[in-house]
Design a binder for this molecule. Sequence first.
Ligand code: AKB
Length: 320
Amino acid sequence: MKNILVTGSAGQIGSELIPELRKRYGHDHVVAGIRKTRPPREVLESGPVETVDITDRNRIYQAVKKYRIDTIYNLAALLSVVGESRPLDAWHVGVDGLLNVLEVARECRCSVFTPSSIGVFGLSTPLDDTPQDTIQRPRTIYGISKVAGELLSDYYFERYRVDTRSVRYPGIISNVTPPGGGTTDYAVEIFYAALKEKKYACPLKPGTYLDMMYMPDCIEAAIRLMEADPSRFKHRNSFNVTAMSFAPEIIEAEIRKHIPEFRLDYRVEPVKQKIAESWPNRMDDSCAREEWGWNPKYDLAMTTRDMLTVLSHRKETGTL
Ligand code: AKB
């Protein structure tokens, strides 16, 4: 039986990963590490909760000892756009924080999952069918800290045999906790706007293709990778993973199949546009498929149907 600590529990991924981990491994075996922001009620009430700020190594150490933790899902991070307005914080949490987690993991023999991102790539990377092993010269502090995180995680594996694993997530589409501060957030906001206002002002230009994934696949990727037999790994930090790639006008067309009156216009935000243009159009994730069986279930049509079903229900019950 595993004992798991999740940092960044109030975030977009943490608030949905924790309930799934608790379902699979037992409610008392999954500790939600929180900081200032409160996670959803379900996370707070369904199992143990501890205050864990990853920039404080001692707090991580105490939580790991108290709950005899053997696996850490280290989700605490600042996303790409907010990182550009707070670069020192982005580095402090993304790199100093990760180093603290890795040090505790080395001492206490924990496995560590840390999400990386499409943000690790830049304009000198091949943007179509982006290979697993390629040039990584990002221009954002978020991307730079994620590259550093990938390298540190591999270093801790090579040097100390800490079992570090990670994936390069694309934009994540979800309906529990909003992402907040990312370049790909438009692909979540568009669904709320379509239902509430029947229109949306998109911050990215038409033709801006980006990789995306629906939350159930995002969670499956993390858990499946952490459960995988490492004897098949040729890589660890980090695997390209994607489920779909689209530009704003493609998701607009998909939403209009359900809400024909929906209209998209464009109010381009230069910071987001510049970041999006430096990220892949579509990654090649064949290494993840071969080395640990990555196999996403949700394409754009299924994601759109499910998002609109869930959010429509919330609209009818007055909770949207
Ligand atoms: C962001 O847009 O910053 C994130 C990411 C792709 O890493 N969603």
